[in-house]
Design a protein around this ligand. Structure first.
Ligand code: ADP
Ligand code: MG
Length: 391
């Protein structure tokens, strides 16, 4: 598919795409949009930064515009992601769209959300916890929600939302179209898709366990004691925006504080911050008011901040899959980026697990990390992932 014109989209949507400067569909969009416009269920997987939001957003908005009734529900794992998704969907609807929207996320005023719901929104975006609260209170009705999107489903399962999603699904009509997207497709996601999707079209782009080739990966072996100084050296020698990943919430705060003392412009983001504080941190970073964002893994998935030039893994992630999400924060939408890993001797085992995930065919004896190794891996390892608490 060369451009969006071939799809027969409603005029207002074509105009929105024009003003968003989306002329050519990305590969996942080219695969997902035509069957979704036909009303088919979709199970989609693609690396981060490949345009999944518009892959479900375009058919969703087309459906809302083409019919006078019915609503759509989009669930995302985190509040930040919900904010980003509703922002993109509102752009697709266009400035003057009569279609009302509602954002239902935790940490924000319930009465204000109830007020939004009174306007009979036809598009609802939110996180499972808050959506379920509204359903229970009766402030939200989903009996006419004929279009359901589960975004970043793997992340939602990791965060323990499976039960809530199941309860929410009971409020939706049986007759509906469901689109499910996930960066990875482990066994539990496949099982979930069998439960919620009806004869889905499976679309996928690239290997979901291989990072995008444009990311330049650099590995720095360092002792525990020298690690912080190495980080400072990296921050000083690099230009542009940087995310530094650390293990704990407290570690993130402490690191941001230390960096500020060294006259770096830095702030921290993690799961303990209030919603409006988190949004302020992201906005400041997006607007380049802060050059450095110190983050725990909650910030690793889904956030679309176009200008991240470098991802520094100060601590390795607990879960190998998170490595791919972390470095997926850079090199988005075809840009170039660098991912730097600081590896201490005690990281050896974790690093090996990451290498195995990215390159499952490599000989297990390869103990030395292989810098710049981003050969495509084959297939998707099905492994049980430990359930983690939101960080
Ligand atoms: P994903 O959900 O797959 O991680 P996003 O939907 O967040 O990716 O999109 C990543 C970036 O690509 C965003 O900045 C978005 O505006 C941009 N983008 C998406 N589709 C297109 C397109 N067809 N043309 C140009 N840019 C696009
Ligand atoms: Mg996304």
């Amino acid at each position: 598919m060369q451009d969006f014109h071939a799809l027969g989209l409603p005029q207002p949507l074509m105009r929105s795409l024009e003003s968003m400067k989306f002329t050519t569909p990305t590969p996942i969009q080219a695969q997902a949009i035509p069957p979704a416009l036909e009303g088919k269920d979709i199970l989609g997987s693609a690396q981060t930064g490949t345009g999944k939001t518009a892959a479900f957003g375009i058919p969703l908005v087309a459906r809302l515009l083409n019919s006078p009734r019915g609503s759509a529900l989009v669930m995302t794992p985190t509040r930040e992601l919900a904010v980003q998704v509703i922002d993109t969907l509102q752009q697709l609807l266009g400035k003057y769209s009569p279609i009302q929207t509602a954002l239902l996320i935790g940490g924000e005023s319930m009465p204000a959300q109830v007020q939004q719901l009174r306007m009979r929104p036809r598009l609802i975006v939110g996180t499972p916890g808050r959506i379920f609260d509204h359903l229970e209170r009766g402030s939200l009705m989903l009996h006419d929600a004929g279009f359901l999107v589960l975004d970043e489903t793997d992340r939602m399962l990791d965060m323990g939302f499976a039960v809530q999603i199941e309860r929410i699904a009971k409020y939706l009509p049986q007759q509906r179209q469901t689109l499910m997207f996930s960066a990875t497709l482990p066994a539990d996601i496949i099982k979930m898709s069998e439960r919620y999707l009806n004869n889905p079209v499976r679309v996928s782009v690239g290997s979901t366990t291989t990072p995008i080739a444009k990311i330049q990966q650099e590995i720095i072996h360092v002792s525990e004691e020298a690690k912080y100084d190495k980080l400072l050296a990296q921050l000083n020698q690099r230009q542009g925006s940087i995310i530094v990943f650390v293990k704990t919430k407290w570690g993130a705060e402490k690191m941001a504080h230390k960096l500020r003392r060294e006259k770096h412009s830095a702030d921290a983001i993690h799961g303990d911050l209030h919603q409006n504080k988190r949004e302020r941190v992201i906005t400041a970073f997006r607007d380049r008011k802060h050059r450095i964002m110190v983050a725990t893994d909650i910030a690793a998935r889904g956030l679309d901040i176009p200008h991240i030039e470098h991802v520094i893994n100060y601590d390795l992630p607990q879960c190998p899959e998170d490595y791919i999400h972390r470095i997926g924060r850079t090199a988005r939408a075809g840009a170039e980026g660098a991912a730097i890993c600081l590896i201490t001797p005690k990281d050896a085992e974790k690093w090996e697990a990451i290498q195995r995930l990215m390159n499952p065919d490599a000989r297990p004896a390869a103990r030395k990390p292989n810098p710049g190794n981003n050969a495509p891996g084959q297939g998707n390892r099905r492994r049980r992932r430990p359930r983690r608490r939101p960080q």
